[in-house]
Design a protein around this ligand. Structure first.
Ligand code: CP
Length: 304
């Protein structure tokens, strides 16, 4: 892969190779405590037009732990804030020589546009575009699940919350179906579900108590208020009552079901604090795996 903009149509073998590579880099780097020099002399640019804690930091750590130089582009202090167009910014940065650009943008399709307009051999990695794709989140979610449940053919997964506005849900569905997951249930109020037929190989549900029954993995999503009209915002208490994950509801899932969330979490809105911090929560494990998955992706796109 020269670029990673989406997981849609990515073959299972490529996904498995990236997940294997992530585990191998975890071991080679002694869980990130030993620095590697695989990307020495390479330069990676973090170009984030939307806020991020996990993705931006983990890409930076991933690149630095393999010896690359990292530039964190500060949008607020850049000439973008003076009206410079995206592709002029791209060409300006490329003129300084870059090997990879990690981009997050509110407009769906921006990573592909950068690929089209890039003039150098720079690799583009999508760190989240609009509601469309967040491929490294999908990969780190798959890695977290695979480390507990190696055989996806037996796997039942519920993805619950604001699926309509979620790029994570889209990438999770792409990776889960590519990996052959047996049963993927998409859950939420009708106005936050994807349109009928948009997602292939999944079932849509409005009743969370019913849909969570017997699942091995529950992936909770936050309400993406920044992508909703104010009139679409649900009452938070009523939302938690029907779609929040609390201990009572979690007890309906399979014994020891994994609780996942891409973050940031909103305690008491989509997940109860005792579940987010409970024994079944894999939320911080997801964050840790994010660094190794991003190391694997950077190696892949830069041909290492
Ligand atoms: N999961 C995720 O994309 O988190 P950040 O917005 O903090 O990067």
């Amino acid at each position: 892969l020269r670029h990673l903009t989406t997981l849609e149509n990515l073959p299972r073998e490529t996904i498995e190779r990236l997940l294997d590579k992530a585990n191998s880099l975890r071991d080679q780097s002694a869980h990130g405590t030993r620095k590697l020099d695989i990307l020495a002399g390479r330069t990676v640019l973090n170009l984030f037009f939307e806020p991020s804690t996990r993705t931006r930091t983990s890409f930076e750590l991933a690149a630095r732990r393999m010896g690359a130089d990292v530039i964190n582009f500060d949008i607020a202090l850049s000439s973008s804030s003076k009206g410079e167009e995206l592709f002029d910014t791209l060409h300006t940065l490329e003129a300084m020589h870059l090997d990879a650009i990690i981009v997050r943008h509110k407009v769906s399709g921006t990573p592909e546009e950068l690929v089209k307009h890039a003039m150098s051999g720079v690799s583009v990695v999508n760190a989240g575009d609009g509601n469309r794709a967040h491929p490294t989140q999908g990969l780190l979610d798959a890695l977290t699940i695979r480390n507990h449940h190696p055989d996806f053919r037996k796997l039942k997964v519920a993805i619950c919350g604001d699926v309509r506005h979620s790029r994570v849900a889209r990438s999770d569905v792409h990776v889960l179906t590519a990996m052959g997951a047996k049963d993927v249930r998409i859950v939420g109020p009708s106005r936050l579900l994807p349109t009928e037929g948009e997602f292939k190989g999944v079932t849509l549900h409005e009743d969370f108590d019913e849909a969570i029954q017997g699942v091995d993995v529950v992936i909770m999503l936050r309400l993406q208020k920044e992508r909703m009209a104010s009139t679409d915002l649900p009452d938070e208490a009523a939302y938690f009552e029907r779609y929040g994950l609390d201990t009572r509801r979690l007890a309906r899932a399979a014994k020891g079901a994994l609780v996942m969330h891409p973050g940031p979490i909103n305690r008491g809105i989509e997940i109860a604090p005792e579940v987010a911090d409970g024994a079944q929560s894999r939320i911080l494990e997801q964050v840790g795996n994010g660094v190794f998955v991003r190391m694997a992706v950077l190696c892949e796109v830069m041909g290492r």
